[in-house]
Write a new protein. Sequence first.
Length: 259
Amino acid sequence: KWNKIEHRNHSRDELYEMEVTFNEMIDQLKTNYEKQEDFVSNASHELKTPIQIVKSYAQLMERRGMDNPELLQESIQAIDSEADRMKKLVEQLLALAKNKKNVVHKEVEFHQLVEHSIVTFKQAYGREIEFHKNIESIYVMGSADQLEQIIYILIDNALKYSKEKIVVSLFTYNGEVIFSVQDFGNGISEEEQERIFERFYRVDKARSRETGGTGLGLSIALTIAEEHNGKLTVESTEGEGSTFTLVLPILKKKSQPTE
Ligand code: ADP
């Protein structure tokens, strides 16, 4: 008799468990579907805006541009910068859509990527970038293009959202590479820190737009970090600045000779 009851109870538990799992799965699918829908609608909206701006400048040029060289100049510049924006947006959308199965992971000299990016940014922006390191060469497993993209996004943001010098550090600790980018800008409030890694999220839409931002950079950086078994985090104090840190597993390293 007891056996029978126990047996029945057991199957009822199992049924209940299955129901819970099934409901969780449906919820997950629903959330994924809603996220996809949001993504598509955000992406279309973000693309529509520059297209509309280009169109209105083109019309303005047609109507009043012939005898107004200043207006012509302004319109051409606006069209050019909106086209750049669209180009960046499309490139970023493609980066997000990239199927991770098609990304080949190889040995990558991470230190070299960082140094190369710093030189490029210094030349392009003429801003002060301080660089600290405790290694000479460091290898990680991954895609050089994608890792370069993270470095680029973090340095670009630090320069965009602050006016003073920025500090880039590259250290190894406990079998991990710690790459961080620190700025002394306005910082990010605690509530915002949780949201900035979301796709299309921007703390200040107007400011981000002015600086050519799309709200996709950090979400791309986070996706890439996770695909490299890494972590991307932020520490920030309002009014003082922010530090973004990428942690990756080390493949092999060569230590900095002690002087
Ligand atoms: P965006 O293209 O707008 O820069 P991101 O995804 O790179 O998009 O960043 C999302 C938002 O996070 C930005 O719009 C900005 O408000 C905020 N943010 C990112 N980096 C910094 C930083 N270093 N200092 C202050 N705010 C930042």
